[in-house]
Design a binder for this molecule. Structure first.
Ligand SMILES: Nc1nc2c(ncn2[C@@H]2O[C@H](COP(=O)(O)OP(=O)(O)OP(=O)(O)O)[C@@H](O)[C@H]2O)c(=O)[nH]1
Ligand SMILES: [Mg+2]
Length: 384
């Protein structure tokens, strides 16, 4: 990645605040890691903020394992926990003095311009320069949700949230361009342009570093513009969020023989996928991390699955066998939380049984439907 000609992102002693949103599984954490690496390589200090409705976040584990100062806001979205977002920024300021904050909101949230970036500009405009808000999409998911292609998808109320996320974007970022041929990419661009005619669309692959320089240059040099915020039907939004089942759990794994944790993660993802496919419960994102008990370097293995008809992918590998360690499972699907819990409780022993001497102990499990969004602030317009 070319890092030599980029503008300096901090202006007038203020830190820059960059928010990278988008639906579950779009590639936000991957992009946050890439942007943080680029800025760090340029000698800038970064502070990352992750967010989720539950606790024990795979994303925090993934970003910390890359060496970045990361604070998490569990138990609610940025908009409902605005003060926690500010406190997390203050903790990062105390520990890492970031030139740039990069925040990843929960993938089922919308209305972030009115409830997060505009209040930040109003209340903390002396501390932060707020960058344009990016909304990333997985192109296969987007083609389906926008009705261009058929395929497993979400119900209309979930699709409402998806469309609202795109409507409020300052920049729409089509990610994973490596997955589509030119014709399908073009039909996605056309569909987005027809629905969101005034929003600029960029095309990137966060995994393969395609198009990232142009996108990151904008995030580090431009300031979010001011406009009237969109209308949101909070009843519909709440209903859409409540259709999603959420499960976060921690499992302690131990064996007397060394085992291949990368293979275990893939096996477990396959077990969960198979069971949810049978139930026709659409996976939005299954992400799991395994951190070996012996690792002092913070190495982790990460596996992700972003829809029922895709394959579980190992984003980070351990390479070395492990004897014990901690497994985080974060699963979001359009399904009842009870179904997700039953699925995980069956899948863990089924996967573990394939590895001699391996035993699993469930440490903590929470499963729920996200509650009604109740933002701390909602600004109709930004202060100029
Ligand atoms: N093929 C391909 N896969 C990608 C790309 N960027 C991210 N992914 C994969 O997409 C999956 C989801 O990526 P994440 O970065 O975890 O997505 P996210 O938006 O942070 O997901 P949530 O935090 O659950 O909302 C992972 O398997 C990534 O490796 C890309 O450019 N190309
Ligand atoms: Mg993420």
């Amino acid at each position: 990645m070319n890092t030599t000609k980029q503008p300096n992102p901090s202006t007038g002693g203020k830190a820059r605040y960059i928010m990278i949103g988008g639906f579950l599984g779009a590639g936000k954490t991957t992009a946050v890691g890439k942007l943080a690496r680029q800025l760090t390589d340029r000698g800038l200090r970064v502070g990352l903020i992750t967010n989720d409705q539950g606790r024990e976040l795979a994303d925090t584990m993934t970003l910390r394992s890359q060496g970045f100062a990361t604070e998490e806001i569990p138990g609610g979205c940025f908009c409902c926990r605005f003060n926690s977002l500010v406190e997390a920024s203050q903790r990062l300021t105390a520990s890492a003095r970031p030139d740039v904050f990069i925040a990843e909101p929960v993938g089922s949230c919308t209305d972030l311009v009115a409830t997060v970036t505009y209040p930040l500009r109003r209340l903390y405009g002396d501390d932060f320069t707020v960058a344009p808000v990016s909304v990333m999409v997985d192109p296969v998911r987007a083609l389906r949700v926008l009705g261009v292609e058929n395929g497993g998808g979400f119900s209309a109320k979930v699709a409402y949230i998806y469309a609202k996320q795109l409507e409020e974007a300052d920049l729409i970022v089509i990610n994973k361009c490596d997955l589509l041929d030119t014709a399908r990419l073009e039909s996605l661009r056309k569909a987005l342009a027809a629905k969101f005619p005034r929003t600029q669309t960029l095309t990137v692959s966060a995994r393969h570093d395609t198009g990232l320089d142009a996108w990151f240059a904008r995030l580090t040099s431009e300031t979010q513009t001011t406009r009237q915020t969109m209308e949101v039907d909070y009843d519909l939004y709440a209903d859409g969020e409540a259709l999603m089942g959420w499960l976060n759990c921690t499992v302690w794994l131990t064996a007397t023989q060394l085992f291949d944790a990368d293979a275990l993660l893939q096996k477990l993802a396959g077990e969960i996928q198979q069971r949810l496919q049978v139930q026709q419960a659409e996976i939005a994102h299954l992400k799991m991390t395994f951190s070996p008990g012996s690792s002092t370097l913070g190495h982790v293995a990460v596996v992700n699955l972003v829809r029922n008809d895709f394959v579980p992918e190992l984003g980070m590998r351990l390479e070395e066998p492990a004897k014990n360690g901690e497994l985080f499972i974060n699963l979001r699907a359009e399904a009842s939380p009870d179904l997700l819990a039953a699925t995980v409780k069956e899948s863990v022993p089924a996967a573990v049984a394939k590895f001699p001497t391996l035993a699993a102990k469930l440490d903590h499990l929470e499963h729920f439907r996200p509650g009604r969004p109740n933002p701390t602030h909602r600004d109709k317009e930004a202060v100029s």
